[in-house]
Design a protein around this ligand. Structure first.
Ligand SMILES: NC(=O)c1ccc[n+]([C@@H]2O[C@H](COP(=O)([O-])OP(=O)(O)OC[C@H]3O[C@@H](n4cnc5c(N)ncnc54)[C@H](O)[C@@H]3O)[C@@H](O)[C@H]2O)c1
Length: 338
């Protein structure tokens, strides 16, 4: 297939592009390379895919991969209502996978506008292009944050999702609703994937995994929110990518269902203090912990019921946190320490 992946320089987008290219698809990657976190990491991910470019490189122009002949990258913004339709017209995609978004719960407390711009306006622009250029299949990233402070565990797609406790969560839920409308009105097959705390090599530096490892290695204190009384369904990126790829490769087979939403998690929540302890054990260092109150917008626990995705697509998370942390630390050492 010819597939558009937005957010291609991002953590999950990079891994997905690599997988789809290895599977033989033609991939067009799009990303605005914004500086929410260091662009050098985004450029390094692109370089790993054979795209040699700079943060201030030519806007919207195609950059060909030097490693994968069927990979082309465009630096472009989802808000760009002029060049985005032109991109769709040029390539005539078989499937669009939208991962580009303003991510991060905590940042949304201080910078709500970034979420409106990318996750609402940008998301609507992508859907509009799908409508105008007859895209049959649209797969997009949603988030476990839509469940808010859901008390029922594990979280099921049937649970209520109308009390988001951060603007990030509200924009992700809004994306799901917009996708529903486009599937209903225009027959675009839309599949939303609610990711649960993704971690692993090439991970985001604003997330706990990096913040903990970096601080511990530098003998600095780590901030432990809600005094560590948090649980997260940490999901290794490779497992996530297997799930997303299964959905993409089989999207067209599900003729009867136009609008679907699936949880994609590890389904084994881990206490934050146990997560930290495993990092400490593997690094051989005890962390200095600053116990902090609960952060605004945060939720106490996430726990995915991923059975529908397992039953429908054979999704099976395989990597536990011990192995996942090991692989992350190996990458961290090569990328940051050397
Ligand atoms: N990583 C997680 O744990 C997690 C959990 C739940 C949901 N998600 C969702 O998964 C998706 C990918 O997340 P990620 O962790 O790879 O984040 P990321 O920030 O690493 O990747 C997102 C990419 O999108 C790009 N982008 C942002 N706004 C854009 C815009 N307006 N136009 C073009 N590009 C833009 C960014 O430059 C970035 O490279 C996001 O939609 C995120 O909300 C991630």
């Amino acid at each position: 297939m010819k597939i558009l992946v937005t957010g291609a320089a991002g953590f999950i987008g990079f891994h997905l592009c690599k997988k789809l290219l290895q599977e033989g698809h033609t991939v067009i990657g799009l990303d605005n390379l914004n500086d929410y976190y260091c662009t050098s990491l985004k450029l390094a991910r692109l370089a790993e895919l054979g795209i040699i470019t700079k943060a201030d490189s030519g806007y919207h122009l195609p950059v060909k991969s030097q490693q994968y002949p069927n990979f082309t990258f465009h630096k472009m913004d989802l808000q760009d209502r002029e060049n985005l339709p032109a991109l769709f017209k040029t390539y005539q995609f078989d499937l669009v996978c939208n991962l580009a978004a303003q991510a991060g719960v905590r940042y949304s407390i201080e910078n709500p506008q970034a979420y409106i711009d990318s996750n609402l306006v940008g998301f609507a622009n992508i859907l509009e292009c799908c409508r105008l250029y007859n895209i049959k299949d649209f797969v997009y990233a949603s988030s476990s944050s839509v469940y808010g402070q859901n008390k029922k565990i594990p979280f099921s797609e049937e649970d209520r999702v109308d009390e988001p406790v951060s603007l990030y969560a509200a924009t992700k839920r809004s994306s799901e609703l917009m996708a529903y409308t486009y599937s209903h009105l225009y027959g675009i097959r839309c599949t939303g994937l609610r990711f649960f705390t993704v971690y692993g090599p090439w991970g985001r530096p604003d997330m706990a995994m990096f913040l903990f490892v970096n601080a511990i290695k530098n003998e600095e204190p780590i901030r432990v929110f809600n005094e560590g009384k948090l649980e997260r369904d940490f999901t290794f990126v490779e497992d996530i990518i297997h799930g997303v790829s299964a959905v993409i490769n089989d999207a067209a087979a599900d003729k009867n269902s136009l609008c679907r939403i699936f949880n994609i998690g590890n389904s084994q929540p881990v206490k934050l203090l146990d997560f930290i302890e495993e990092i400490e054990k593997q690094l051989g260092v005890t962390a200095k912990k600053n116990l902090m109150p609960m952060q605004q917008g945060d939720v106490n626990r996430t726990w995915a019921d991923s059975r529908p995705l397992m039953e429908r697509y054979g999704y099976q998370p395989r990597v536990d946190i011990k192995e996942g942390i090991k692989q992350y630390l190996q990458w961290f050492e090569i990328f940051y320490d050397n």
